[in-house]
Design a protein around this ligand. Sequence first.
Ligand SMILES: [Ca+2]
Ligand SMILES: [Ca+2]
Ligand SMILES: [Ca+2]
Length: 389
Amino acid sequence: MPINSIKKRYVLISALLALLLSCARQAPEVTDGTLSLRLIVTDASGLVEPDSVLGYAPVAGASVELVSRNLMASDGENIHYQAKSDSSGLVLFEDIIGSQYTVNVSGEQSVLDPVSGSWDRTSLRGNILVDIYQPGQSADTVKMEISRTSDLVINEIYYAGPVNKSFYFFDQYVELYNAGEDTVYLDGMIICRGRQFRRADIDEVDFIQAVYVYQFPGEPLTGREYPLAPKEFSVIAQDAFDHSKYISGAVDLSGADWEFFNPYAGDWDGPAPNVVNAIPGNGTDFMINVVHNAIILADGSDYYNGEVSENDYQYIHIPLSTVLDVVEYSRNPEKQKEVPLSVDAGFAGVGIGKYTGKSTERREPGFDTNNSSLDFVNLNTPTPGWQHQ
Ligand SMILES: [Ca+2]
Ligand SMILES: [Ca+2]
Ligand SMILES: [Ca+2]
């Protein structure tokens, strides 16, 4: 992605985030606590020179926010606090409430373009989890890397299934949105269901584990056959038909742009073009968990066999360098993360029960800070192909 496109997105996100945070500050009576946290923000990308006196590479002027994993303010938002790092990369949060927090840090650094010789700005991002329960001052360090924010995002996931007593959830869908200024091409991209498992080394490895890989037709990275114009949505249905004909209240997906299709599963194949299962050992349609799971969107240029389960199930590794967007959803906000914090530091869909007909969608089209707790809101009615008001 061109640097100035990264910058545009960063400015948009900053503006939206500022708006969001200014709203949340209207409930100070709920957010006053007695604990404190001292953070050091350092660079791990190599863009910032280490300081010989400090002994690390400080990132100055970074926006740092703490987002509680489980505490809500009276306005329904997760309790959060915001500050900026000083010239030594230091941030001190005081008077905060005891909780487990995700720390989301974003900032910019100047980069010299070796071709044009001009200076440009690039986005850095870092995320950690901290437990703040002990009296006195907690301390931690956040290492920042170059941000992988993509113009193409997972905008909505409808997974809970309609209100029904027959365990019907075949109207699930994933909605993509092109938040950028340029057309993107879906050719060869993959949509994956994350493995429901937390690796001990989840934040150190360079891949995400998946159980399904479904792929758009065309050549990854270079194909130009399946465009998605700026500000357009694309809906990928588990099966693209009108599910309300079978279950009252289920979603009409007869207008979906695509459908997941598994030739090894005796899957229904309607007129919508197919996003096809790429793993011969997988005999199921793109069915995702009705309360908690992760959905991974990647460019499709690389994926490979990972470990094999006790039942001989072949898990797949998706390299982080190919990942465009990840959204993890969970009814329970205190659940352990199954994807690295660097790709999604929170959870969408908190509070959504199975078979409730509810959906979870970004609060604004494409709004993405890599923390789904902040980025997503719950909807009573799914919105396939459009944004809730
Ligand atoms: Ca299907
Ligand atoms: Ca089809
Ligand atoms: Ca939608």
